[in-house]
Design a protein around this ligand. Structure first.
Ligand code: ADP
Ligand code: ADP
Length: 223
């Protein structure tokens, strides 16, 4: 359960990107819908402890995120909007290296973990290829594999399907659905159909404020 109260964020240039945001998000897939500039990335980065808000509170499963960012990071998977590091080393080696950084010290256990994640994201057959040569959809799925390394309870995915063709988008959607109901998964997007297809709960953000929150089918009937 993620509880956000009174979250406000003003950048150095005076832009108020978040204005008293209140959200209650339970397990399963939650869609955060809003046009470009609405504040979606600002909200995602703030929840992911990459930037500090002016005021407000964020509590995840009892963790006071703003007071104890380290505790949140242990259980967070974050796929940023501008996920853009595509090294020339193989997918397997890169994930293996990241797993070492996450504290998986036992080589055999790591191999199982990494191969499992690559299989789950439909990348096993590409495990020896360089990530720099991956297509957009493969990169996004690799990003999810990377975000899942520590088996996080909170997964934040920021604008994942922008620029993907319909087949890659479907594949990505199936991957998200396969992650199951045990995590809080926040999908931030400006694509209404993505939310309608995938999310039993959603909110609409515009101008830094939550305009609506609820079930997509109910909300569509209100419009
Ligand atoms: P800092 O807050 O550390 O000075 P910046 O504000 O310069 O950092 O930039 C942080 C990130 O936000 C960078 O990736 C930058 O490209 C992006 N960014 C900066 N200004 C804007 C803006 N007006 N709209 C969207 N993104 C921005
Ligand atoms: P979205 O993800 O919905 O497109 P953002 O959170 O990126 O929205 O941006 C919200 C507002 O904050 C925009 O007006 C944007 O230009 C501004 N903004 C975003 N990041 C920065 C930054 N680092 N510095 C200054 N302004 C920013």
């Amino acid at each position: 359960m993620l509880e956000i109260k009174g979250l406000t964020k003003t950048y150095d240039n005076g832009v108020k990107a978040l204005n008293n945001v209140n959200l209650s998000i339970s397990k399963g897939m939650f869609g955060l819908l809003g046009p470009n500039g609405a504040g979606k990335s600002s909200l995602m980065r703030t929840i992911a402890t990459l930037q500090q808000p002016d005021s407000g509170s964020i509590v995840f499963n009892g963790i006071d995120v703003l007071k104890d960012p380290q505790a949140l990071r242990k259980t967070l998977g974050y796929l940023p909007q501008d996920f853009s590091v595509y090294p020339r080393i193989s997918a397997f080696d890169l994930l293996d290296h990241l797993a070492v950084l996450k504290g998986f010290t036992e080589k055999k256990q790591r191999k199982e973990l990494v191969e499992g994640l690559l299989a789950h994201t439909n990348l096993f057959q590409h495990k020896d290829k360089a990530v720099s040569g991956f297509s957009g959809g493969m990169r996004q799925r690799f990003g999810i594999a990377q975000a899942l390394l520590g088996n996080p309870d909170l997964l934040i995915v920021d604008e994942p399907t922008a620029g993907l063709d319909p087949e890659e988008r479907n594949r990505f959607h199936n991957l998200l659905v396969s992650l199951g109901e045990e995590k809080v998964i926040i999908l931030s997007t400006h694509i209404v159909d993505d939310v309608a297809e995938l999310c039993p709960a959603m909110a609409v953000l515009s101008g830094g404020q939550i305009l609506l929150q609820g079930n997509p089918l109910d909300l569509i009937q209100q419009v």
